[in-house]
Design a binder for this molecule. Structure first.
Ligand code: ADP
Ligand code: MG
Ligand code: MG
Length: 889
C-alpha cells in the first residue's frame, strides 16, 4: 500500500484517497498549470493513524523519499540554513470542511534559517514576517496555544508603533515579535518552539490527522451528513510567497459569480500578503478586476487559467492563487460552492454552452436547494427601517433577535427564540452558533469570508461585510449610521439576497419560484426572472426523465388543488380523521357513547352525508387522478375530551349539585378507552373490526361520492386504504364488508366505480407477510413513519425530545430515521415487502406516504427499490419531482 503520492501522480477522481484539495492540485499539475511542487499523504494513512493511534510504519520512509525528491527538484533542503526550502502542511478531506485544522505555512523556518531566507529574498522584513507567521500558526493549530495571545501581541506591536496594518511593521518590529511569540509558546506549552524542520513537518502532519476528530469537525460532519470514518489527507506543498512586496500578493477567484451564476471577473486580491490574509479581512482587499492594473501579465494568465479550468471541470470553480514577484502560482481549485439560485442558473447555462447534457444538469442541483428557493422573501412594499447594508452572501429572509456571540445564539435558540448572529467576522468556533441562528450578519469580510462560505454551504441567510454597522461584541450591541443602537435581544431582519439589514420584523411574501409553481407566473413571461426560467427548465428535465410518480398528502379540496398546481399526480394519502374534528366531534362522541345499535346507526347516519360531501369535493379537485383515502386511523380517545379536564368538570358539577349525567357517561367512556400505549392500541383496522359499521359508513361515503361524481360526468378514481394491518385476515374481513357496500352503491346508482382496495404496510409483521397480504390488497402504501416507529421501537412523539440529541451527538445516526429513511433497517423491510408483494401480485401498485416521501435522500431510495410513487405534503412536491428526476438521470 502506497501512502504518499506526488502531485504529478494523482488526479481529480482520487478524492477518496487524496482528499479534494490533493486530488485537484494533482489535476492542475497534470493540466500543466503552475502549481508549486509537493506531495499528498493519503486518507488511508490517516485512517491507520486514527484507528491505531500511530502513523503506519511505512509512512516515515515514504515521506522521506518524497521529501528528498522535492528537495532535489527545488535545489534546496527543508530548512537548509543558507537557503531554506519551506513548505505548507495543508489539511484536505474528501469534502471541504471549514471546521478542520487550518493550514500551517512556512514550515522549515527556524532561528538557523531565517537569515538565509532573508539573504536569498533580499528582504529582512519578509523573512521575519514569514517566521512570525509560522510560530503563530504552528502555535495555534499544532501546539494548541490560544490564538488570541498572538493576536494581542501583534495588535500591541502595531499600537506601540502607532500603525494600523501589519505591513507597516518593519524587520526589527517583526524580529521582536518573533521573540515574543516564542515566549508565548514556551509559557503556554512548557516547551520551546521546535527548531528542527522535519520535526515541525511531522508534528503538523499529525495535527492534521488529529483535527479530523476535533469537535468542530465532528459537528460539521454531522450537519453535512459526512461519514465519520473517511479521514483526511495531508498536502505538503512547497511555499511560494505573496508577502515579498507590492509586486507580490494573494487572492481568491471564482470562474462565475457564486451568487448569480453570471460569467465575469469575481474575486478579491490583496497585495503583499500571505495565505489567509485575504479571507481573514485583516486588510481591505481590492476587487480582482484591479489586478489587471496592478499586474497585467499575471491577470491575463489567470483569466486564461480560469477558462481552462471551467472548460475542464465543466462547472464553476473557485481558485486560490498567489503571485510571487510577478509570477503566478495556483494553490487550489475545486468545484465551487454556490447559492441555490446560482446552482439552477449555472446548470442551465452550462447546458446552453454545450458543456453538459440535461441528465448531468440534474446532478448539479438538489431538492434541498429547490426547497430553499421556495422560502418566502421580504415584502418590498412593506414599510421598513433600513439600518445599513452589506454584501449579499447567502440568500434568504431571516428575522430574529440580535445576539452577539455563539454561546448566546445556541442558548436562546434552545429555548425557542429565533436569533440572528451578529459578529465582526466569524471563525470556525462560531459554527454551532451559526447553526443555531436564522441568519448571520458580519461587519467585515467579503463573499469569500468564513461567514459567507459556511452560510452558503448550510443554506443559511447571510449578510457579510456590512462595514457601516459597528459591531461591539463586548458590549453586545451594534451601532448603525445615524447613531441607532441595536442592543442584544432587539429584533432585526436581514436579506441575504440584497445585503440589506432592517430594524424590526419585516413581513415576508412568497418567493417567485412558489409564484411560478402556483401558476401565478409563466416561466416565459416578462416578470419571470432568470431564476424562474432556470427552475422551469430543470423541472421539465426532471419530469421528462423520472419514473417515480409524485402524489400529495391532502385531505381537503384546497390542498388538493394546490398539490395539482405543484404537479401532483394524485393523492397518496387522504387522512379521514380531520373530517371528524371541529363541530363533528360531538357526533363522534355520540358514536362512541352509543349503547344500542339504533343509537350507533343514528350517529353513523349523521356522519355519512358530511363525509360524503368532503369526498365529492376532493374527487372533483383531483378529477381524473387517483385519490387514496385512508379509513380512520387514530385511537378514538383522541376525539374525546381530555381525561383530567373532564374529571374536573364532573367533580365541579357534583359539588354544585348540577346535572352532569352526560359528562359522567363521557368520563366513563374515556376511562374505558384509556390506553397505556395508544399508538399500539385500538386504532386503524382494529377500530374497523370492533366498532360495527364505522368502516362501512366510510366506504359508503367514498362510494356514494364517487358515484355522484361519475353521474355528473366526472372521472373519480378512488382507492380505499386500510391502515395498520398486521395480518391478511384483518384485511380480508374489512374487504368483504367493503365489497358488499360498494356493490350496493353501484347497484343503486347504476355505476361501475372501479374502486380499488389496498393496505398500508406500516407494521413489521405486515412487511414480513407481505406476500400473503398482497392476496387481499391491490396496492401497498408504505407508512414509513409508523414503520420506523415500530421497527426501531421508538415512540416518535417522545424520542426526539428525550434522547435523539444524544444519539446524534454520539454519531449513532447522522440524521433522524424519521427524517431520512433508515435504508439498512426500515428500508430493507420495504424492499423485501415490495418484492414479496409483487411476487404474489405482479401488478401490485406500490407507494409511500409519510414524511420520507418528500425527503430527497429517501426519494432516491424509493426509486431504487422500484416503487411506483411517493406521496408528500403539497409544498414538498416540487422537491420530490426534482429528486425523482435526479434519481432516474
Ligand atoms: P484552506 O483549506 O483553509 O483554504 P489551504 O491549505 O488552502 O487551507 O491554505 C490556507 C491559505 O494558505 C490559502 O490562502 C492558501 O492559498 C495558502 N497556501 C497554502 N499553501 C501555500 C503555499 N505552499 N504557498 C503559499 N501559500 C499557500
Ligand atoms: Mg484553501
Ligand atoms: Mg400510520
Amino acid at each position: 500500500q502506497k501512502f504518499v503520492y506526488d502531485f504529478t501522480e494523482g488526479n481529480k477522481d482520487l478524492k477518496d484517497l487524496l482528499g479534494g484539495k490533493g486530488a485537484n492540485l494533482a489535476e492542475m499539475t497534470n493540466l500543466g498549470l503552475p502549481v508549486p511542487p509537493g506531495f499528498t499523504i493519503t486518507t488511508e494513512a490517516c485512517k491507520v493513524y486514527l484507528e491505531s493511534g500511530t502513523e503506519p510504519v511505512a509512512l516515515r520512509d515514504e515521506v522521506s523519499a518524497h521529501l528528498d525528491a522535492l528537495e532535489k527538484q527545488m535545489g534546496k533542503k527543508l530548512g537548509q540554513a543558507d537557503d531554506p526550502l519551506l513548505v505548507s502542511v495543508r489539511s484536505g478531506a474528501k469534502f471541504s470542511m471549514p471546521g478542520m485544522m487550518d493550514t500551517v505555512l512556512n514550515i522549515g523556518l527556524s532561528d538557523a534559517s531565517v537569515a538565509g531566507l532573508a539573504a536569498q529574498a533580499g528582504s529582512e522584513r519578509f523573512a521575519w514576517d514569514s517566521y512570525r507567521r509560522l510560530i503563530q500558526m504552528f502555535g495555534k493549530t499544532v501546539l494548541g496555544v490560544d490564538g488570541e495571545l498572538f493576536e494581542e501581541a501583534l495588535e500591541e506591536a502595531k499600537r506601540a508603533k502607532g500603525v494600523t496594518t501589519d505591513v507597516e511593521l518593519d524587520a526589527a518590529d517583526l524580529k521582536r515579535l518573533v521573540e515574543e511569540f516564542k515566549g508565548i509558546v514556551a509559557k503556554e506549552t512548557g516547551r520551546d518552539f521546535p527548531q528542527e524542520p522535519r520535526e515541525q513537518m511531522d508534528l503538523a502532519v499529525r495535527a492534521v490527522f488529529d483535527s479530523w476528530n476535533g469537535d468542530r469537525a465532528k459537528l460539521y460532519r454531522r450537519q453535512e451528513r459526512i461519514p465519520g470514518d473517511l479521514g483526511t489527507a495531508v498536502n505538503v506543498c512547497s511555499m511560494v510567497f505573496g508577502n515579498l512586496g507590492p509586486d507580490s500578493g494573494t487572492g481568491v477567484a471564482f470562474t462565475r459569480d457564486p451568487a448569480s451564476g453570471h460569467q465575469g471577473v469575481y474575486g478579491d486580491y490583496l497585495q503583499n500578503a500571505q495565505g489567509e490574509d485575504v479571507v481573514a479581512g485583516i486588510r481591505n482587499t481590492v476587487p480582482l478586476a484591479d489586478l489587471e492594473r496592478i499586474d497585467k501579465a499575471s491577470y491575463d494568465q489567470l483569466m486564461q487559467i480560469m477558462e481552462t479550468l471551467e472548460t475542464h471541470y465543466k462547472d464553476l470553480c473557485d481558485i486560490e492563487f498567489t503571485i510571487e514577484r510577478g509570477k503566478l502560482w495556483m494553490l487550489q481549485t475545486r468545484v465551487g460552492k454556490r447559492t441555490a439560485g446560482a446552482a439552477f442558473r449555472i446548470a442551465t447555462q452550462l447546458v446552453d454552452q454545450g458543456l453538459i447534457d440535461e441528465a448531468e444538469a440534474l446532478q448539479r442541483v438538489t431538492g434541498g436547494q429547490l426547497a430553499q428557493l421556495m422560502f418566502p422573501r421580504f415584502d418590498d412594499k412593506a414599510k421598513t427601517e433600513l439600518l445599513g447594508r452589506g454584501i449579499a452572501a447567502s440568500p434568504g429572509a431571516a428575522v430574529g433577535k440580535a445576539v452577539f456571540d455563539s454561546y448566546t445564539a445556541v442558548k436562546w435558540s434552545r429555548s425557542g427564540e429565533k436569533v440572528i448572529l451578529i459578529r465582526r467576522e466569524t471563525n470556525p468556533d462560531d459554527l454551532d452558533g451559526m447553526i443555531a441562528s436564522e441568519g448571520i450578519l458580519t461587519s467585515r469580510g467579503g463573499k469569500t469570508s468564513h461567514a459567507a462560505v459556511v452560510a452558503r454551504g448550510m443554506g443559511k441567510t447571510c449578510v457579510c461585510g456590512a462595514e457601516e454597522l459597528e459591531v461591539d461584541t463586548k458590549r453586545r450591541r451594534m451601532t448603525a449610521p445615524g447613531g441607532v443602537v441595536i442592543e442584544e435581544g432587539e429584533v432585526v431582519s436581514i436579506d441575504g439576497s440584497t445585503g440589506k439589514v432592517y430594524l424590526g420584523e419585516v413581513p415576508v411574501v412568497p418567493s417567485p419560484v412558489v409564484e411560478y409553481f402556483e401558476g401565478r407566473m409563466q416561466a416565459d413571461s416578462a416578470d419571470a426572472d432568470e431564476l424562474v426560467q432556470a427552475v422551469h427548465r430543470m423541472m421539465s428535465y426532471a419530469d421528462g426523465g423520472r419514473r417515480l410518480q409524485v402524489r400529495a398528502n391532502a385531505d381537503n379540496a384546497e390542498d388538493a388543488a394546490r398539490a395539482r398546481r405543484f404537479g401532483a399526480q394524485g393523492i397518496g394519502l387522504c387522512r379521514t380523521e380531520h373530517m371528524f374534528l371541529g363541530e363533528r366531534r360531538e357526533m363522534v362522541e355520540r358514536l362512541i357513547l352509543a349503547d344500542t345499535e339504533a343509537e350507533r346507526d343514528e350517529a353513523l347516519g349523521a356522519l355519512l352525508p358530511l363525509q360524503k360531501a368532503d369526498f365529492v369535493e376532493l374527487f372533483e379537485a383531483m378529477d381524473g387522478l387517483p385519490v387514496t383515502v385512508r379509513l380512520l386511523d387514530p385511537p378514538l380517545h383522541e376525539f374525546l375530551p381530555d381525561i383530567t379536564e373532564l374529571s374536573v368538570r364532573v367533580a365541579l358539577a357534583e359539588a354544585r349539585r348540577e346535572p352532569h349525567e352526560n359528562e359522567l357517561r363521557l368520563l366513563q367512556a374515556v376511562h374505558k378507552l384509556h390506553e397505556q400505549n395508544p399508538m399500539l392500541g385500538l386504532r386503524g383496522v382494529r377500530l374497523g373490526l370492533v366498532i360495527p359499521g364505522l368502516f362501512a359508513m366510510q366506504v359508503r361515503a367514498i362510494a356514494e361520492a364517487a358515484a355522484e361524481r361519475a353521474t355528473a360526468g366526472g372521472d373519480p378514481r378512488a382507492e380505499i386504504m386500510i391502515p395498520l394491518v398486521g395480518t391478511v385476515q384483518e384485511l380480508e374481513i374489512v374487504r368483504e364488508e367493503a365489497e358488499r357496500v360498494i356493490a350496493e352503491v353501484e347497484q343503486a346508482t347504476g355505476t361501475d366505480l372501479g374502486l380499488t382496495l389496498g393496505t398500508m404496510i406500516e407494521l413489521p409483521r405486515a412487511a414480513l407477510t407481505a406476500g400473503q397480504i398482497a392476496e387481499a390488497a391491490e396496492f401497498f402504501s408504505f407508512g414509513t413513519n409508523d414503520l420506523t416507529q415500530t421497527v426501531w421501537g421508538f415512540s416518535r412523539d417522545d424520542v426526539e425530545a428525550s434522547f435523539f440529541t444524544a444519539y446524534l451527538e454520539k454519531g449513532i445516526f447522522g440524521v433522524s430515521p424519521f427524517e431520512t429513511i433508515d435504508k439498512d433497517g426500515v428500508g430493507s423491510l420495504v424492499r423485501a415487502a415490495a418484492e414479496a408483494g409483487r411476487a404474489t401480485r405482479p401488478d401490485l401498485k406500490l407507494g409511500v406516504c409519510g414524511e420520507h416521501g418528500g425527503d430527497p435522500e429517501s426519494v432516491h431510495f424509493f426509486h431504487e427499490v422500484g416503487l411506483d410513487y411517493v406521496s408528500c405534503s403539497p409544498f414538498r412536491i416540487p422537491v420530490a419531482r426534482l429528486e425523482a428526476g435526479r434519481a432516474a438521470a
